[in-house]
Write a protein that binds this ligand. Structure first.
Ligand code: CO8
Length: 260
């Protein structure tokens, strides 16, 4: 087992719980992303594993999204490596043959929302203090097309257009209403509900479920798979612009001042 992702595979059910444990906010840095992808790959190849539940061990936070410090004042080379790791994580999760459920036990902005949306099913804690959404425009950055595709595949074009345009972070209730999450449960029941729901997914014929999932998702996965390098170059040239760096700096400052 690794340090930032704890894995617990139940051999009797074939269900693994992948728990992000990178305090204070589970921000997706290079290390966490790499561990996330390699952990998932191992489970994917493990004949004893059929489903994965993704959750967080950090109280009140599922994941704060991509680690802004990985793209603020870092070298173009570092930005490229970082972005490849983001791609890899998403390709593995969105394209996974395993049944995947997000047990969203806290706030889940931007990259955290992407991880959730990449799963087959989303269960969120009904705490109104939590929020979820792709808020990139609020940081003065642009969610890439495959973030958009993932959201559009989840909630439809119009809801995505409005959500991305305004950088909306939804309360759990609002997220349920637009279909961004599938179910709300009391905080202490998120994981048990995820385990029960996993039973329904695993009761379906394995081959039929996997082929159906691939039918739904493969075109979206292939779009990035065949353009990975161009997507990396796009990201690097965008994120290293002075104006974008300035926006990131202001956002980080805002996060700090909000705290004081
Ligand atoms: N990256 C780096 N540091 C972060 C991040 C982050 N995403 N989120 C929080 N932190 C830091 C804070 O600055 C703070 O640092 P310090 O202790 O040094 O002051 C520390 O983590 C703790 O954070 P908070 O005090 O804010 O903790 P709270 O419990 O009050 O709040 C939240 C937790 C709700 C998660 C809050 O921290 C928050 O809203 N964070 C920002 C979330 C966000 O907007 N993330 C967007 C990241 S961008 C992304 O994921 C997609 C980018 C796509 C790129 C496209 C470009 C082309």
């Amino acid at each position: 087992t690794s340090s930032k992702v704890k894995v617990d595979l139940d051999p009797t059910t074939g269900v693994a719980v992948m728990c992000m444990q990178s305090p204070p906010v589970n921000s997706l840095n290079l290390e966490l992303l790499t561990e996330f992808a390699s952990t998932l790959e191992k489970l994917e190849m493990d004949k004893g594993c059929r489903g994965v539940i993704i959750t967080s061990s950090v109280p009140r936070i599922f994941s704060a999204g991509l680690d802004i410090l990985e793209m603020f004042r870092t070298s173009p080379e570092h930005c490229a490596d970082f972005w490849k790791a983001v791609q890899e994580m998403w390709l593995k999760l969105y394209g996974s043959n395993l049944a995947t459920i997000a047990a969203i036990n806290g706030s889940s902005p931007a990259g955290g929302c992407l991880v959730s949306m990449a799963c087959d099913y989303r269960i969120m804690a009904d705490n109104p203090r939590y929020s979820i959404g792709l808020n990139e425009t609020k940081l003065g950055i642009v969610a890439p097309y495959w973030f958009r595709d993932t959201m559009a595949n989840t909630v439809g074009h119009r809801t995505t257009e409005r959500a991305l345009g305004l950088g909306l972070l939804y309360s759990p209730q609002e997220a349920l209403e637009v279909g961004l999450v599938d179910e709300l449960v009391p905080e202490d029941q998120v994981l048990t509900t995820a385990t029960q729901t996993m039973g329904k997914w695993l009761a379906i014929d394995e081959h039929a479920r996997q082929v159906t999932k691939s039918l739904m998702r493969k075109p979206t996965v292939d779009k990035l798979l065949f353009n990975r390098e161009a997507d990396v170059q796009n990201f690097v040239s965008f994120i290293t612009q002075d104006s974008v760096q300035k926006n990131l700096g202001m956002y980080l400052k805002m996060l700090k001042s909000r705290k004081a």
